[in-house]
Design a protein around this ligand. Structure first.
Ligand SMILES: Nc1ncnc2c1ncn2[C@@H]1O[C@H](COP(=O)(O)OP(=O)(O)OP(=O)(O)O)[C@@H](O)[C@H]1O
Length: 227
């Protein structure tokens, strides 16, 4: 479901004499439906860079990144937007808060965007907010004023609302208390059980071991390793 073939990445530093730095070469990885793969490697090894290339925020210099048949490397912006709406979810620790939109709508929005009817979308949003222990009195408010941890949990609820076939997780359990961390691990297990292909970065080794089937060290994709 997520197929990465021979991907390389360079950065051109335009403010430093257009210096070109090669950060990745020969990155290949295949993640099947129902599988969760953790990216590991020391700080600076390229975990976030690979995740950003899969999501289409960074453009790979060469290679292919196939998500449900769409090659993210060659896709037009319009196709990437559709892919993100329908097939490719991304859960980070941080919520991009839109002022004045109530929390329930923030969580239900990805479902409404794919045509789920409003009542069903709201039911799913309520269920997720309850499971992630966001008090009901906050549901009608915008998360703008919420605590960091509350915003993180709203973001997780939003990220798990729609059943994306491919899911990227960037430290989804970081700084959560034990009960909410367990809920997130349950949500990951449920996503796997319905067939999601998942790639994640987990600094929490216990959480990683609880949900991941495999670990891939991106150090193996560094240009030195490929040389
Ligand atoms: N926008 C950018 N411009 C230039 N270099 C970048 C950019 N993004 C990442 N890099 C470089 O690419 C390399 C990999 O960085 P990346 O953030 O992917 O590492 P990481 O494994 O996610 O690290 P960490 O665990 O610290 O988050 C680093 O050498 C970094 O300096």
């Amino acid at each position: 479901m997520i197929e990465i073939r021979d991907v390389s990445k360079t950065f051109t530093l335009h403010n430093q004499g257009s210096a070109v730095i090669r950060v990745m070469e020969g990155a290949s990885l295949s993640v099947a439906a129902g599988e969760c793969v953790a990216l590991t490697g020391a700080s600076g090894a390229g975990k976030s860079t690979l995740m950003r290339m899969i999501y289409g925020n960074y453009l790979a210099a060469s290679g292919e990144i196939l998500i449900g048949g769409v090659d993210v490397v060659r896709a037009q912006p319009r196709e990437i937007i559709r892919l993100r709406r329908e097939a490719l979810g991304y859960v980070s620790q941080f919520l991009r808060v839109v002022p004045r939109v109530p929390t329930l709508d923030v969580v239900a929005e990805p479902l409404l965007a794919v045509g789920v009817d409003r009542a069903a979308a709201m039911d799913r949003a309520r269920d997720l907010l309850t499971r992630l222990r966001i008090p009901e009195r906050l549901w009608s408010l915008s998360p703008t004023t919420f605590s960091g941890g509350e915003q993180q949990r709203v973001n997780i609820a939003r990220g798990f609302a729609h059943a994306y076939p491919a899911l990227l997780l960037d430290e989804p359990t970081a700084s959560l208390d034990a009960a909410n961390r367990d809920t997130v691990l349950d949500l990951i297990h449920e996503a796997k059980a319905r067939g999601a292909a998942i790639v994640g970065i987990f600094h929490d080794a216990e959480a990683r071991d609880a949900v991941c089937d495999r670990v891939v060290d991106v150090t193996g994709f560094s240009p030195q390793a490929a040389a």
